[in-house]
Structure formats: C-alpha cells, structure tokens
Write a protein that binds this ligand. Structure first.
Ligand SMILES: Cc1cc2nc3c(=O)[nH]c(=O)nc-3n(C[C@H](O)[C@H](O)[C@H](O)COP(=O)(O)O)c2cc1C
Length: 249
C-alpha cells in the first residue's frame, strides 16, 4: 500500500507511477485521516509514504497521520518525498515519527519536481525550460526508485537531496516558516473570482467553502492547491503572490 498526500499533484503523480510499477494501491492521507486509520500490513508487504516537503519537513498532516495510524510493524517501509529544490533534514523528522511508532524505515528517496511555493519574495513557479527538465528527470528518477523498491533495497543512508545547511533549514528556518508563514488568513479571492468552486473541489482537506466568494477555514495545509487550480488566477496570498505564476501537472 502507498499512503500519499499531495497538494498540487506532484506527489500524487509519483504515488500513481510507483503504484503502477509496483502493482500496488494508493490511499489518500487527506481522505483517510479522519476515518480512524487501521491498516494490517501483510507478510512481505512494502508500505510506502509519499508526500511533498513543506519548510524542509514532511507536512503536518502526514506526521499527524503517522501518529494516529494503527498498523502492525510492516516488513518493509519506505518513503518518497517530492521537493522543488532540497529537503533539508526531512528524512530525520520522518524517520523519528516512524521510529516513535516502533516501525523502521528501510528506504527513503527524494524527487525534485516543479516548485509550487510562491508565497515569499523571490519564490515563483519554474520557467518552462526548468519545468520540462525537472519533469524529464523526475520521470527517470521514479523509474529508478521503483526498481530499487522492487529489489527491496535496505539503506543505511537515505537517497535524498538535503541541499546546503540542512540542519539550519529544517530546525531554524523551518521553525520560523511554520510559525509565521502557514496561516490561511492572507488568502483572498480578487474581483476576478467567479465563485466557480474549483478551489473548494481541489482543496485536499475540504477547507474552502464558496458562497459569493471562497472562504478559508482553519484546517489549511498551505498546499496551495487552491491558488494554482484557480482558472481565473483570482486567488492571492496577501500581496506576496502578486504577479506570480501558476502550475499544474
Ligand atoms: C508550503 C510549501 C512549502 C514548501 N517547502 C519546500 C521546501 O522546504 N523545499 C523544497 O525544495 N520545496 C518546497 N516546496 C515545494 C514542494 O515541496 C514541491 O513543489 C512539491 O513537489 C509539491 O508537491 P505536491 O504537488 O504534491 O503538493 C514547498 C511548497 C509549499 C506549498
């Protein structure tokens, strides 16, 4: 089984490709988290977690899901995280969550994909050439990962791109990121909004209600699915997304 969380679609794309190659099934973390997760791992089964990196950590919803999950210790457990640039010490944070359950992480990989984060100065979607190159590399990378998982690779060190200053990113900058940049309050719809409801439909945690205009509740994962999916580019995050691009996979 592959448990995945995805905002804009990159991690869902990875999860689906892996499932196809491993002849496995996928389950959405966002859909399952409120159902009381009871999963019985079969003997020899490979249990995977696929998720994006948010502020050099796994998204809170993924850590909460792992915390709540009832599962016997699987024979093989792996994770694949998708990022726009680098993952910092995401691996350490995820591995600690897994270890706290009495399970063991046998393998872990990162896949660099088109960037979805646009809410700070200097952060925007990738240009066309970068996008194309990242997707070509990601396709080959997922194929490689599938091969390694089929072999049941055992890793002493995970195959993830940490980037420079990984500890500072995860434990200092990431902390500030979570404290000050994860609030849904700055989201608003501009006059271009037609109340079509696509933002609500795309929100993985059903946190948006649309009457005259979309209203964001407090259960936001900050995944930006709403921002990127809007067909009128009518969703802004304060002034920080002014003139920024949109991305879809
Ligand atoms: C709130 C937020 C924080 C992000 N933080 C990071 C990060 O720390 N490092 C990175 O390389 N990419 C970061 N990204 C980019 C995403 O990890 C990347 O684009 C990912 O593939 C998106 O996956 P998804 O489409 O499944 O949501 C961030 C994106 C968002 C929305």
């Amino acid at each position: 089984m592959i448990f995945y969380f995805s905002g804009v679609g990159n991690s869902a794309w990875v999860a689906r490709h892996l499932a196809e190659r491993l002849q496995d099934n996928v389950l959405s973390v966002a859909e399952e988290i409120n159902k009381g997760i009871n999963y019985v791992a079969k003997p020899g089964e490979k249990v995977g977690f696929v998720f994006p990196v948010y502020g050099w950590e796994p998204p809170k919803i993924v850590l909460d899901f792992v915390g709540k999950m009832q599962m016997n210790c699987p024979d093989y457990l792996y994770f694949v995280c998708t990022c726009g640039d680098d993952v910092g010490k995401t691996t350490k944070v995820f591995e600690s969550a897994i270890r706290a359950k009495g399970w063991k992480c046998n393998a872990g990989f990162s896949v660099t994909m088109p960037d979805t984060y646009v809410c700070l100065p200097g952060f925007d979607v990738d240009d066309k050439a970068t996008l194309q190159l990242k997707m070509e590399n990601a396709t080959a990378r997922v194929e490689y990962i599938a091969g390694e998982l089929l072999k049941g690779v055992q890793m002493a060190k995970f195959d993830c791109y940490e980037g420079p200053l990984p500890y500072t990113k995860t434990y200092v900058l990431g902390g500030l990121f979570r404290a000050f940049l994860m609030s849904p309050k700055p989201f608003k719809a501009t006059d271009k909004c037609t109340a079509c409801g696509l933002c609500a439909k795309k929100c993985p945690v059903h946190n948006i209600k649309v009457e005259d205009k979309p209203q964001w509740g407090n259960n936001c994962t900050m995944c930006l699915a709403c921002y990127h999916a809007c067909p009128h580019h009518a969703i802004e995050y304060g002034k920080r997304t002014k003139n920024k691009g949109q991305y879809s996979i």
